[in-house]
Design a binder for this molecule. Structure first.
Ligand code: SDX
Length: 427
């Protein structure tokens, strides 16, 4: 008999089973609660709610721990590659060399997009935000690849998963090229996943493009840091869309739309814009004061996290990567110094200490992406590129979960009780 949680509500007494995971917090199974008490739980923002069983990613927010299939993010960032992490997240185990080579071969040969998809881009204004383009184009993929939209067919699910992982870099690069008025660059199968993306983004027909291995490694590591993150807002969106049986392309498009928000994936663009607005260290106190001011909606972008009440381990790796990239490229950016001093001042400020606000994954990422040459408008598109691996892994896990059913939360109704219609002549 599992441990039981007891609930009393009025004259009703209820026992609910407590479930244990392999590590981390227990959950109280409340699935029978409404039937037995007539009451719902109330948890806007789902701060205390587990929505599913999952074996993909584990986060301990108090300890600043992030594991992908049990492997610490620091070790994956140091020793792995984004394609290998994509295999790990989607298949569950680190691949053998043969398994990885086969996976990379398969993904590489899905990197081209249907030639007619280019017409789709032409409908956007040149100044369209890349995320607006990503939402539209990815959502339209089901119109081009409807031979892999039957979610009940494991083979079609796998093909759709590979197509999404492979085509996101091509679509993101096309969104950038369209915004700068340069011709699209086709994939080059002789390059790595990340090297191919760099070439599709920055190559021009007028001259050869050589992938810088230092930049390739830094960007590959950034993709690893963004690959998956448990049941965050955009992943939950993908799962909820998938729970209705929507095709995988539509589900990933829903995830892209959710990620765009500045409270979520849009924070990397907002954080760099904030650092640039601060401009120099002597202006930092003014912005910290604004972040603490209840009457000022300003927040330190790239700071704080729903789960991490300690350092986001990804931010630590990201800061190290800035140092390495700048040293290897022999470049610098005064904004990095602003970021370092802002972090130091915030982490010594009682407001941030008391509310346990630390830099998150978005605080330093923009500095690296800007140094590589990406405009800030592309930052969230790069986040979406990498997170597609996690979304695909989580979507497949949900589809394969025998307990999954359509997501349909309830509410606490605060509107008018029933009343009769009043003819307009009597209002
Ligand atoms: C990502 O979920 C994930 O895993 C997301 C992500 C992923 O990989 O998928 O990690 C990626 O989205 C990272 C977060 C990026 N967003 C930002 O950097 C935007 C700035 N941060 C926030 O707006 C905020 O911290 C959130 C949205 C990230 C978390 O918000 P919560 O958990 O809902 O917390 P909250 O808004 O209730 O804040 C708690 C308190 C509040 O003060 P009080 O009302 O208690 O007085 O802390 C304050 C907030 O005002 N606060 C901040 C702050 N973040 C929270 N104050 C100043 N600056 C901030 N950044």
């Amino acid at each position: 008999m599992s441990e039981q949680a007891k609930l009393t509500l009025g004259a009703k007494a209820l026992e609910m089973p407590v479930m244990d995971g392999s590590i981390g917090p227990q959950v109280i199974d409340i699935r029978k609660m409404y039937a037995q008490t007539g009451a719902f739980t109330f948890d806007p923002g789902f701060t205390s709610t587990a929505s599913c069983l999952s074996a993909i990613t584990y986060i301990d927010g108090d300890e600043g721990v992030l594991l992908h299939r049990g492997y610490p993010i620091q070790q994956l960032a140091e020793h792995s590659s984004f394609p290998e992490v994509a295999y790990l997240l989607t298949e569950g185990e680190l691949p053998t060399k043969e398994e990885l080579d086969t996976f990379v071969y398969t993904i590489t040969r899905h990197t081209m997009v249907h030639e007619q998809l280019m017409q789709f881009f032409r409908g956007f204004r040149r100044d369209a935000h890349p995320m607006a383009i990503m939402c539209g184009v990815v959502g339209a993929l089901s119109a081009f690849y409807h031979d892999s939209t039957d979610i009940d067919d494991p083979k079609q699910r796998m093909i759709a998963s590979h197509r999404l992982i492979a085509k996101m870099p091509t679509i993101a690069a096309m969104a950038y090229k369209y915004s700068v008025g340069q011709p699209f660059v086709y994939p080059d199968n002789s390059l790595s996943y990340t090297g191919n993306f760099l070439r599709m983004t920055f190559a021009v027909p007028a001259e050869p493009y050589i992938v810088n291995p230092v930049v390739e490694r830094a960007l590959d590591r950034i993709f690893i840091l963004h690959a998956d993150h448990e049941q965050n807002a955009s992943t939950s969106t993908v799962r909820l869309a998938g729970s209705s049986g929507a095709n995988p392309f539509a589900c990933i498009a829903a995830g892209i739309a959710c990620l765009w928000g500045p409270a979520h994936g849009g924070a990397n663009e907002a954080a760099l814009n904030m650092l640039r607005e601060i401009g120099r260290p002597e202006r930092i106190p003014e912005y910290i004061a604004r972040a603490k001011d209840k009457d000022d909606p300003f927040r330190l972008m790239g700071f704080g996290h729903r789960v991490y009440k300690n350092y986001d381990p990804r931010a630590t790796v990201m800061q190290q990567t800035v140092r390495e990239l700048f040293a290897e490229l022999k470049v610098s950016d005064p904004i990095f110094e602003v970021a370092l001093q802002l972090e130091a001042m915030a982490l010594n400020d009682p407001y941030f200490i008391e509310k346990k606000l630390f830099p998150n994954v978005d605080f330093y990422s923009g500095i690296i992406l800007s140094a590589i040459g990406f405009p800030t408008s592309m930052f969230t598109a790069l986040f979406a590129l990498a997170r597609t691996v996690g979304w695909v892994a989580q979507w497949n896990e949900m589809i394969g979960d025998p307990e999954q059913k359509i997501g349909r939360p309830r509410q606490l109704y605060t509107g008018a009780p029933q009343r009769d219609y009043v003819p307009i002549s009597k209002r």
